[in-house]
Ligand binder design. Structure first.
Ligand SMILES: [Zn+2]
Length: 374
């Protein structure tokens, strides 16, 4: 008898002994089978919709190797949607921009519904600023697009005649609001598409690529549309600059969107390249900004608008710095998975930057409502 045969016989014997000691009826066996199946199914289910670690991710989701845990991977749309109320490493990415979106919807509605108290809440500090102490006219909520209230017109004329220099003609109607609306719409599009991207990017590779493209287009649209209010209102009396600056930045934006639509550039390693493209659009703003500062050097609103726009630039640049360097998670990988990683900080700075720009736009509107072109 071979050694193999001895082992086999011995094992058979042991099995028989066990069966004699602990007899298993056929019904028990069935129950065991069902329980086993249930257990396996629930295990499969919880494994499928459970959170996974970075090294378990499909290749297309491996973006930030310093965020180690709490990933959702290949979740169905419904599960991804409801995960907005669950804790995972994208929860705060979704909510930071969703709250920003809600704020901008509220500001847009407040402006359209002529509620200056809400619309001007942020510009409260504008009013207490020394150079703008003379701003007692509603910032143009009367007639959002063209029209204006009679009382407001009388106020405008009175203030205009008493306060303005001889070379400035008082505005007869509040200035058009479309550039302001373009900016509000662009910001809302960016913030909402970003929230949607972060919520559903865990679904599949195809949706992930599509949503990332929409997200990058959203950022580009927000940058381009941000140029509209300052350029339009500052150079209102010299429309040729509208064509040069707004045309220039729109062309740059279209180039950026087309470039970023290339799937290869959505990869994590092109993070710095994407940031550079966005920054170059931002830096383009220095040209009209310097031009505007020279032209309007004696304008009493100069300091307050420069302060707001510098705050905006500082917020955007600081946010971009976090986005590119992936600080703080690179210092302590795994520590900031749920809260505090660079992308969440970047999102918060983007919202602050957009709000600073909104405040600057209110000052431009107020100024143009009061002072027309010579
Ligand atoms: Zn984001």
């Amino acid at each position: 008898m071979s050694l193999r045969e001895i082992t086999r016989r011995k094992m058979n014997q042991e099995t028989t002994t066990t069966s004699t000691l602990y007899p298993i009826s056929s019904s028990d066996q069935n129950v065991n089978k069902v329980e086993n199946k249930d257990h396996q199914e629930s295990k499969a289910k919880s494994k499928r919709y459970g959170l996974v670690s970075f090294w378990e991710l499909p290749e297309y989701m491996k973006d930030n190797e310093y965020v180690l845990h709490y990933y959702r991977a290949n979740w169905p749309i419904k599960e991804a949607l409801f995960s907005i109320f669950r804790w995972h490493n994208e929860t705060l990415n979704v909510w930071t921009h969703l709250i920003g979106f809600i704020i901008f919807v509220a500001l847009t509605v407040a402006n359209l519904m002529e509620v200056p108290q809400v619309a001007g809440l942020i510009s409260f500090f504008t009013r207490s600023f020394p150079n703008s102490g003379d701003t007692n006219v509603s910032h143009g909520s009367n007639g959002f697009f063209t029209g204006g209230g009679a009382t407001n017109l009388v106020d405008l004329k009175q203030i205009a005649s008493s306060e303005m220099g001889a070379n400035i003609t008082p505005a007869t109607t509040p200035v058009t609001r479309w550039p302001f609306l373009v900016f509000l719409a662009g910001s809302m599009f960016c913030l909402l598409s970003s929230s949607i991207c972060h919520l559903f990017c865990c679904h599949s590779r195809r949706l992930n690529i599509l949503l990332l493209r929409i997200d990058y287009s959203g950022i580009t649209v927000m940058i381009i549309t941000s140029f509209f209010p300052p350029i339009y209102y500052i150079f209102q009396c010299e429309p040729r600059w509208h064509f040069i600056y707004l045309g220039g930045v729109t062309a740059l934006g279209i180039f950026t969107i087309v470039t970023l639509l290339s799937p290869a550039l959505s990869a994590g390693k092109f993070r710095a390249f994407r940031a550079l493209l966005f920054c170059s659009m931002g830096f383009f703003g220095f040209v009209p900004a310097i031009h505007a500062a020279i032209v309007n050097w004696s304008n009493p609103k100069r300091d307050i608008t420069l302060a707001y726009e510098s705050a905006m630039a500082l917020f955007y640049l600081t946010g971009t710095m976090f986005y590119v360097t992936r600080i703080p998670e690179r210092w302590k990988p795994g520590w900031f998975d749920l809260a505090g990683h660079s992308h969440q900080i970047f999102h918060v700075f983007v919202v602050f930057g957009a709000l600073a720009h909104y405040s600057a736009t209110l000052v431009f509107l107020e100024w143009r409502d009061r002072f027309g072109c010579a």
